[in-house]
Design a protein around this ligand. Structure first.
Ligand code: GRF
Length: 201
């Protein structure tokens, strides 16, 4: 049985499409059971609809507080019997209570080699710092921003003539490979979290 995966997104949705493509090609034993967006205009939501995937729009601005919003997201995940949650450009921090409902089953991708450059505009941060190497990180999600145990990382060179657009594009190519790789390994291999380390055995 393919694992039921929910994608949470707020924007473009290219990592969602990379994950979905790998599932469709049977490279990973999973299926997109649900796509949730908190942004009505998110291009990723439109892409999910055109692929005829189940989608739910949950605009957080309509909810009185984070708990009320997260309750709706959790209810949608439960209804779809979701086993894994992949954040893919989801611009909201999840609470500890939310994470506790899906322990070690929520993934995120971030466009830097964490713990360097967490938060917004990671590629610009890398350029401004003068980093010679950056990359991307897939990690298990905890309640802190871009913080949980690292699953996989890919390094990408920073060129002297890079700007945020060129560096983002080079990193994105690797994001689209490493996110399916990470999910596939978590689904098919034995692993455990030891301290902060995700150890495959
Ligand atoms: C990616 O760079 C991802 O690493 C970050 O947000 C961006 C989302 O892009 N978390 P997309 O919506 O997947 O195209």
């Amino acid at each position: 049985m393919p694992a039921k995966v929910a994608i949470l997104l707020s924007g473009r949705g290219s990592n969602f499409l990379a994950l979905h493509g790998a599932m469709e090609r049977k490279e990973i034993p999973a299926e997109v059971a649900l796509v949730i967006s908190n942004v009505a205009e998110a291009p990723g939501l439109e892409k999910a609809r055109s692929l005829r995937l189940p989608t739910v729009l949950l605009p957080h601005r309509l909810d009185p507080d984070r708990e009320a919003h997260e309750d709706k997201v959790l209810a949608a995940l439960e209804h779809a019997e979701v086993e894994w949650v992949c954040l893919a450009g989801y611009m909201r921090l999840l609470s500890a209570a939310f994470v506790a409902r899906h322990p070690e089953r929520i993934l995120n991708i971030h466009p830097s080699l964490l713990p360097a450059f967490p938060g917004l505009n990671a590629q610009e941060q890398a350029l401004e710092w003068g980093a010679k190497i950056s990359g991307c990180t897939v990690h298990l999600v905890d309640e802190k921003l871009d913080h949980g145990p690292i699953v996989l990382q890919r390094a990408v060179p920073v060129h002297d003539d890079d700007n945020p657009i060129s560096l983002s594009a080079r990193i994105l190519v690797e994001e689209h490979k490493v996110y399916p790789d990470a999910l596939g390994r978590l689904l098919t291999e034995r692993w455990r979290v030891v301290g902060r380390r995700v150890v495959f055995s």
